[in-house]
Design a protein around this ligand. Structure first.
Ligand code: ADP
Length: 449
């Protein structure tokens, strides 16, 4: 096992990784920007190193500064968390060149699954269900029109190197496809430095269902079942749950086995998520693979009892997964609410500033992953997420009741958070029924004006 790990991140995930390190008897080195100087978790770190000014480009995204900090602190490994440098194959390669273990996949496996075209090709080999569409990148208008005719409109044009919901265009007929194809390529080149685009069938009504997988350096791979993350606003997940309500176990079991096969084919070591859209007949189509730990990993931890962050550190240190697929059983139901410092009553306006009141929920089946303490000042420079509230119960019905109870208990002020919206959702009859699609929340918010 490693002696010392540098955590190249901030906020709740930095604290989550620090806790995993300490449970493994590994020293945790935190880095921070000037904006995070007062962050409370720094006091729990074995060492904390300032890496630069608030701007992420000058601190959390600055590779030379992170590598210098890692060398000064003499760490064996770097955990990137999520966001920032987590999905940058060049960073993973630099770590390797500097003889620092990157806690995540090899740069080769990351590049293979991170590129959407390459990922689809690998998924096909592993017999993972994918969207019908072009075999690879496409730039010929006539060929694109022919494929679209075959799969039927609407289709979506996507950038091979796209991410964060950018670089996508939905086309409902041939003229739209022809106009958009060239523009999408140019836009992708400008935004991602890679102009390759492809087309696939566009699903109007779908649920977002993703599978958590783990692979190790010894050729083993397992899945930890699925999460339903359909409640989204502007492609950002608002509530996540596991397992997916109403999903036929046999069906998801075979899709999840495919997801494990996919990372095995890619010789992937570490935690990953294979994202799918699911239609109303429970057909699955792979969207993409996220080659890192996800914000919503706790719901999977709650239903399987597997500590995903600890596992990813152990895997990077060369240990085997040490879990047999048949032993990974779903127990009960878990829901997570992402607590963002935003005001849902004012069109989700960011609400940074000092947290005077902070009284987290507690009691049976409640978990709070947050770095906030009373007096903490939420810096305006980063993502607005200030924590996650997670519940676990025997059934979905009980988990909904428990989450509503915990949301009522949780007090944060005077900054505004998304919790009032999430409480409404826990009481919403459509959500309670289970199976709302990825546009449900946007429709609801629009209807409420
Ligand atoms: P990104 O990497 O930018 O997040 P994704 O491929 O994951 O891109 O797609 C982002 C979102 O766009 C999905 O969550 C879904 O809402 C929508 N989307 C993508 N592909 C399709 C599709 N084929 N049909 C319907 N919606 C899609």
């Amino acid at each position: 096992m490693f002696k010392r790990v540098l955590i190249a991140n901030r906020g709740e995930i930095a604290l989550r990784i620090l806790r995993a390190c300490h449970e493994l008897d590994v020293e945790a080195v935190c880095v921070y920007s000037e904006a995070d100087r007062e962050a409370p978790y720094l006091r729990l770190a074995d060492r904390a190193i300032c890496i630069g000014p608030a701007r992420a480009k000058d601190s959390y995204l600055n590779i030379p500064r992170l590598i210098s900090a890692a060398e000064v602190a003499d760490v064996d490994a770097i955990h990137p968390g999520y966001g920032f440098l987590a999905e940058r194959a060049d960073f993973a390669a630099i770590c390797r060149d500097c003889k620092i273990e990157f806690i995540g996949p090899s740069p080769e496996a990351m590049a293979k699954l991170g590129d959407k075209v390459e990922c689809k090709r690998t998924a096909k080999l592993a017999k993972v269900p994918i969207f019908p569409g072009s075999e690879g990148a496409i730039d010929d208008e006539d060929e694109a029109a022919k494929i679209a005719e075959e799969i039927g409109y609407p289709v979506i044009i996507k950038a091979a190197a796209g991410g964060g919901g950018r670089g996508m265009r939905v086309c409902r007929n041939e003229p739209a496809l022809r106009t958009n194809l060239r523009a999408a390529g140019q836009e992708a080149l400008a935004a991602f430095g890679n102009g390759a685009v492809f087309i696939e069938k566009f699903l109007e009504h779908a649920r977002h269902v993703e599978v958590q997988v783990l692979g190790d350096k010894h050729g083993h791979a397992v899945h930890l079942w699925e999460r339903d993350c359909s409640l989204q606003r502007r492609h950002q997940k608002v509530v996540e749950e596991a397992p997916g309500p109403g999903i036929e176990r046999k069906k998801i079991g075979s899709v999840a086995e495919g997801a494990a096969r996919l990372i095995k084919t890619a010789e992937y070591a570490g935690a990953a998520t294979v994202e799918f859209l699911m239609d109303d007949k429970q057909n699955f189509y792979m969207l993409e693979v996220n080659t890192r730990v996800q914000v919503e990993h706790p719901v999977t931890e709650m239903i399987t009892g597997v500590d995903i962050v600890k596992k990813s550190i152990q895997i990077a240190a060369g240990e085997e997964i040490g879990l047999r697929q048949k032993d990974i059983q779903v127990r009960g139901h878990s829901i997570e609410c992402r607590i963002n410092a935003e005001d849902p009553a004012k069109n989700f306006m960011p609400s940074a500033g000092k947290v005077e009141t902070y009284e987290p929920a507690g009691g049976p089946g409640v978990r709070v992953d947050s770095h906030v303490v009373p007096g903490y000042r939420v810096p305006p420079n980063y993502d607005s997420m200030v924590g996650k509230l997670i519940v676990h119960a025997d059934t979905r019905e009980e988990a909904l009741v428990r989450m509503a109870r915990a949301l009522r208990e949780f007090r944060v002020g005077p900054i505004k958070t998304t919790m009032p919206l999430q409480l409404d959702l826990m009481l919403n009859s459509d959500f309670r029924k289970g199976g709302v699609d990825i546009h449900y929340l946007e429709r609801l918010l629009k209807a409420q004006g």
